[in-house]
Design a protein around this ligand. Structure first.
Ligand code: FRU
Length: 495
């Protein structure tokens, strides 16, 4: 039975769907209204499914629904009717983030966080884990909800910060495992592990990993994926102190280490930022039918989420889905190969010697996929810096651009949108220190869309993702070098 609240949302979104022209060219946005985290990112019944934190009625966050879309190729998405609305006592404050798995009988199980408010609101709001079962279109909330509550938590774990379940099938035991964000007695984040034979009745197993006050406070949106005998845990910590790799207050990071499947023991070996740009949060992964690990994330920082110079009837974008691999304990991320289908009108330059500033014929625009290889002219003769200016132009007497710069001597990549036209921006330039000096040799692949730039460095060793609120009239691209360097460029328009 579809509740009145869900029906109302479905009618509203159908009648108020944002126009294709108002959207980015190749980044996913909500059907209408507000979107934050990806949810239930999965492959089910022959197609990819993407659900999302959704408030259809405004471009601001509100009581959360789950929006829904389906795709054959992770590039072209078809909107489906909203899947969940906050229509029960245990989720009346919102159906918060969660994930999806397929049940043995072929139905899809959605696992999400409900917010349960006590009769005396002063006493508190508790977060609980809930289920809904469906066929890829309609979902019925489970009569046994909530299935995990404060009573199931280990000593000291917060009942108020307990959210964002990620569920997967553990091939070794045939059981489902669930990683959930939690806050330990010391107030900092931890990830709790639960197990279930059938997906409906859950028991607590252990603390999978804990922050111990080192990386922010609450750890939101865990995602855990196994690569052979390695485990990759991704989390989005709140209230991070800006230092080193971590430059967002609502940060993102991965912990890579060994994973013993028998005992579900994860031993962290390295911790790094997943993305070094301004806007990246709440990752989710799936395993594609061909075995690829594919990740998607909300391309937005909470810090600036409500500041938008251009009034649109949608708010929030996802990153382009990325293929993940692990090299030792380092995460390598590249845009899914399917995105290359959108390429057209190739323009290439080879072995161009650069010193000073140039614009190149055929290289401009706001929707493109461009790879730039940079190297010194000789091993002895190093350039001081190399720069690409994106979305550059004079609009109504004001100069706009976003600056991507590489300084080989310092091994430093900087992305700066200080003059990109985002007046509400309160965030300083993003700086990324490369681990290895490659004698001034560097590769950038830039996916530029109407409202964003995703920059992949050295074939996915690092990524910087950022929203751009620059006027669409600013279409220029220029290349600048202080000292001689040589560049190769391959650029495609994206359609
Ligand atoms: C992360 C988050 C989640 C929560 C959801 C609510 O962005 O705060 O922890 O489930 O958003 O919309």
């Amino acid at each position: 039975m579809i509740s009145d609240k869900l029906l109302q949302a479905r009618i509203y979104e159908k009648n108020n769907e944002s126009s294709a022209e108002s959207r980015p060219r190749f980044h996913f946005t909500p059907r209408t209204g507000w979107m934050n985290d990806p949810n239930g990112f999965s492959y089910y019944d022959g197609a990819y499914h993407l659900f999302y934190q959704y408030y259809p009625y405004d471009t601001k966050w509100g009581p959360m629904h789950w929006g829904h879309a389906r795709s054959e190729d992770l590039v072209h998405w078809e909107y489906l009717p909203a899947a969940l609305a906050p229509d029960r006592s245990y989720d009346a404050e919102g159906c918060w983030s969660g994930s999806a798995v397929t049940l043995p009988d072929g139905r899809q199980l959605l696992v999400y966080t409900g917010r349960l408010v006590t009769e005396n609101r002063e006493e508190g709001i508790f977060q609980v884990q809930c289920l809904a079962v469906g066929d890829g279109l309609d979902y019925e909330k489970y009569e046994g909800n909530p299935v995990i509550t404060g009573a199931d938590l280990p000593a000291g774990a917060s009942v108020r910060d307990f959210r964002d379940p990620k569920v997967w099938l553990d091939e070794t035991t045939g059981c489902y495992l669930m990683a959930v964000g939690s806050r330990a007695a010391d107030g900092s984040g931890q990830i709790l592990l639960f197990r279930s034979r059938d997906g409906f009745s859950w028991t607590y197993v252990k603390v999978l990993e804990a922050c111990h006050g080192q990386y922010g406070h609450m750890w939101e949106c865990p995602d855990f994926t196994v690569f052979g005998d390695k485990g990759l845990l991704m989390v989005s910590p709140q209230d991070m102190i800006r230092e080193g790799e971590f430059q967002n207050a609502h940060g993102n990071m991965y912990l890579a280490g060994s994973y013993d499947k028998e005992t579900c023991t994860f031993s962290r070996e390295e911790v790094h930022a997943i993305d070094h740009g301004y806007d990246f949060y709440a990752t989710q992964t799936l395993i594609a039918p061909d075995g690829r690990r594919i990740m998607i994330a909300w391309m937005q920082a909470w810090e600036n989420a409500h500041e938008h110079p251009f009034p649109q009837d949608w708010a929030g974008m996802m990153t382009v889905p990325r293929e993940l691999t692990l090299k030792g304990n380092r995460l390598i991320q590249n845009p899914i190969r399917e995105i290359e289908k959108l390429r057209s009108d190739k323009v290439a330059y080879h072995n161009l010697t650069l010193n000073g500033r140039i614009k190149l014929a055929g290289i401009s625009g706001r929707c493109l996929d461009m790879t730039v290889d940079v190297k010194p002219v000789s091993p002895e003769d190093h350039y001081e810096y190399f720069e690409i200016r994106l979305a550059e132009g004079e609009v109504r007497g004001r100069y706009y651009t976003s600056v991507l710069r590489y300084e080989p001597a310092a091994g430093l990549v900087t992305f700066d949108r200080a003059v990109s036209g985002y007046a509400g921006d309160c965030l300083p330039a993003r700086k990324l220190k490369l681990d290895e000096d490659r004698d001034g040799v560097i590769r950038f692949r830039i996916l530029l869309d109407k409202y964003s730039a995703e920059i992949f460095v050295n074939d996915g060793e690092y990524v910087l993702s950022s929203v751009l609120e620059t006027s669409q009239a600013a279409r220029g691209i220029s290349f600048i070098s202080q000292g001689d360097c040589r560049i190769d460029i391959e650029k495609y328009d994206m359609f």
